[in-house]
Design a binder for this molecule. Structure first.
Ligand code: VGL
Ligand code: ZN
Length: 215
């Protein structure tokens, strides 16, 4: 059962840059728009995140001569997957999708604007220490449970879910309102295979929109 006072919907990177036709297209990524629009009415409160990179960002393969997108390199803060240039500040594809219902969005957290560090999670940059400020905002507003939807399941949604658990929130991922990238890993599995196990172990719940409607 959704508690409209202490539950909040988090819309992660619902931006055309992550959808078919975009720079870092997630397969079927645009399907999240309709899925999200059908479930926002369950919530009184929402926040959104927006990937927001300067040109030459260090997560771009193009910033590392000889490297290709989807390779992993070591950065001072740990391993980093390299991406095609995407979510460029002030470009149309970096805007929140024009059709997504933002009526209940009370704060928009931008991330990835420091050119030297990537930021998947909506709580911390990829050093897992530099805060975005969202935790303080949620806490001061009295939210205790975060429902996540958006892109991409195996990166920004997963890292946000994990940090939220560590910060003491209950976390629910609305799986049909998310789509993933599926980067091949050294283990032979993909980032999609790993993410569900890792999050489930942390106590993250996965629900479908239908289950949410029935709750
Ligand atoms: C994302 C890769 C790079 C995401 C953002 O939104 O999941 N993934 N930047
Ligand atoms: Zn990015």
């Amino acid at each position: 059962m959704i508690d409209r006072a202490t539950d909040i919907l988090g819309l992660v990177d619902v931006q055309p840059t992550f959808m078919p036709g975009g720079e870092l297209a997630v397969a079927d990524g645009d399907a999240v728009v309709r899925a999200i629009n059908q479930l926002t009415h369950h919530f009184d409160h929402a926040f959104a995140t927006q990937d927001w990179h300067p040109a030459g960002h260090s997560s771009f393969a193009s910033a590392h001569p000889g490297r290709k997108p989807y390779e992993t390199i070591d950065m001072p803060y740990g391993p980093q997957v390299l991406w095609p240039d995407h979510a460029l500040q002030n470009t149309a594809n970096a805007a929140l999708h024009r059709d997504v219902d933002l009526q209940r969005v009370e704060v928009i957290i931008r991330k990835g604007f420091d050119r030297n560090i990537d930021s998947y999670s909506t709580f911390f940059e990829n050093d897992r220490r530099t805060a975005t400020g969202l935790d303080g905002w949620l806490r001061q507003r009295g939210f205790r449970r975060v429902f996540l939807a958006g892109l991409a399941t195996d990166f920004c949604v997963a890292w946000s879910a994990e940090d939220a658990v560590h910060l003491g929130y209950e976390v629910v991922v609305i799986e049909d309102a998310c789509r993933g990238i599926g980067v091949p890993l050294a283990s032979g599995r993909t980032s999609m295979d790993e993410v569900r196990d890792r999050l489930a172990q942390l106590g993250v719940r996965f629900v479908t929109s239908n289950e949410l409607a029935g709750e």
